[in-house]
Design a protein around this ligand. Structure first.
Ligand code: FAD
Length: 427
């Protein structure tokens, strides 16, 4: 008889609660990863995120080999993979860490039903966040839809348990199933390496974060986002550390949980407005305008630099993400779902909760969003946050030669946006 630990978006051996619990099982534990065909199927074969997952799994496998065990890697539809594992092994228990995205919840429900129907015990743990589900709710039990009171409650609860417990499973590694499963190459999964790479995260930058984070040329944020997305870093370790280092940085980690809770409690936000009063806005949705935005050819240097950074590196600085998102929704009157989908395709740190939360914030359709009549002026944003054009020159080689005409004039676009929103909002 064996138990399984199923890795998903928690690709680390260190401080991994589900893994820690699995290794307390009475049975030898097989560590498993499934390349999910449903997710991989629409991706180009050089998607850098698949390369990053593969690299992270290889690091885990190398470490496991030191302990006489190895990772079992499968490719397929999770429920079908589990069907075949049920035939191959006498499985007693399956452990995993919870994932709160709507598709993941559905996937886990199907697998859970299958396993339970075969008499297997399934144990799921909170690992992706400090607080989940109904842990941070208002006095009346309803979820928060405004960030600041959510954050206050979050801090109060954190302070009552701080530091949050970390789970070192190393002393139990002898409980792994002794195995030498063959570790597949990226090619065997059907992918090739991309020239776009995830940067290592950099926590040294966080000391002056509150002063520098808004200036894209300073390169001063942590680059943690893909690591948090795929769980190569533990949120518990990070928060216990951030609390001592920088409260502004900690607030960003709380934004991450805020949007995760919004998606969990209001799953419709994944493709629909949080505020349905905004459903009647008459978007222009012009395909040619959208293409210029995607390619970074709007004629606004800050917008174009951001889009080119995204296209070339899979990353964009947060301030610039806000500027390009506002520009798409307000200046071009293209609905946020188009921009959200483009980001989902390109961002190494793409995460549904953060992406839809921030897009809806920019569009003014979300919870606790920017008011609809606030329209960023891309030129003023540039003056404020990249006065010397250092960031812009990194991405726009032709900048000094005199940059092209803006595709829409700001004052006209601003008035048009406000009028269109006003006319479309249901009172
Ligand atoms: P840091 O500034 O060092 O922040 C540390 C961590 O805090 C981040 O890694 C992230 O986990 C969290 N965080 C910071 N800002 C936010 C925020 N506004 N919302 C939620 N979490 C935050 N972030 C994603 O992780 N995935 C996305 O798909 C995503 N899409 C976005 C779309 C738009 C339109 C905007 C405006 C922002 C989006 N963000 C997204 C949030 C933010 O831009 C990135 O988290 C940040 O730029 C990542 O760089 P960093 O790790 O160096 O950030």
């Amino acid at each position: 008889a064996v138990s399984f630990f199923w890795f998903r978006r928690d690709l680390r051996l260190e401080d991994n609660l589900g893994l820690f619990q699995a290794l307390q099982s009475q049975h030898p534990v097989i560590p498993l990863f499934i390349f999910d065909e449903t997710i991989l199927e629409p991706l180009p074969n050089n998607d850098p995120r698949v390369g990053f997952i593969h690299e992270s799994l290889a690091a885990i496998n190398t470490k496991l080999l030191e302990f006489g065990t190895s990772l079992l890697v499968k490719k397929g539809k999770p429920s079908e993979v589990w069907e075949s594992l049920l035939n191959d092994y006498n499985i007693q228990e399956v452990y995993w860490n919870k994932d709160y995205e709507p598709n993941a919840i559905q996937r886990d429900l199907v697998v859970d039903n299958l396993l339970v129907s075969k008499g297997v015990t399934v144990l799921a743990f909170k690992d992706q966040v400090i607080f989940e589900e109904a842990e941070i709710v208002k006095a009346d039990g309803l979820p928060y839809t405004v960030y600041t009171p959510f954050k206050n409650k979050w801090l109060e609860k954190y302070n009552s348990i701080a530091p949050v417990q970390e789970w070192d499973a190393t002393p139990y590694f002898s409980n792994f199933f002794k195995s030498t499963f063959e570790f597949p190459s990226l090619g065997q999964i059907g992918f090739i390496l991309s020239s776009i790479k995830v940067k290592p995260h950099n926590l040294k930058l966080v000391a002056n974060y509150h002063e520098t984070r808004d200036f894209p040329a300073l390169d001063s944020t942590s680059y943690l986002s893909p690591h948090l997305r795929f769980g190569t870093v533990s949120i518990r370790k990070l928060v216990n550390w951030a609390v001592r280092k920088n409260p502004v940085f900690l607030s960003e980690l709380i934004w991450r949980e805020f949007f995760m809770q919004i998606l969990f409690h209001f799953p419709k936000v994944k493709n629909r407005n949080f505020k349905s009063a905004y459903d009647g806005i008459e978007w222009r949705n012009d395909e040619a305008d959208f293409k210029r935005w995607c390619e970074g050819k709007t004629g606004y240097p800050m917008v174009d630099a951001g889009m080119r950074q995204l296209n070339e590196t899979g990353y964009m600085h947060n301030r610039v993400r806000m500027v390009v998102a506002s520009f798409l929704c307000k200046h071009l009157l293209i609905e946020w779902q188009w921009g959200e989908a483009y980001f989902a395709e390109k961002l190494l740190d793409y995460e549904m909760a953060a992406n839809v939360g921030n897009w809806q914030w920019a569009a003014g359709t979300g919870c606790d969003a920017a008011p609809y009549f606030r329209v960023f002026n891309p030129e003023i944003q540039q003056k404020k946050f990249d006065e010397k054009g250092i960031y812009i020159r990194q991405w726009i080689a032709e900048f000094d030669l005199g940059y092209g005409q803006p595709m829409v004039e700001h004052a006209m676009a601003r008035d048009r946006a406000i009028a269109t929103y006003k006319a479309g909002i249901v009172k």
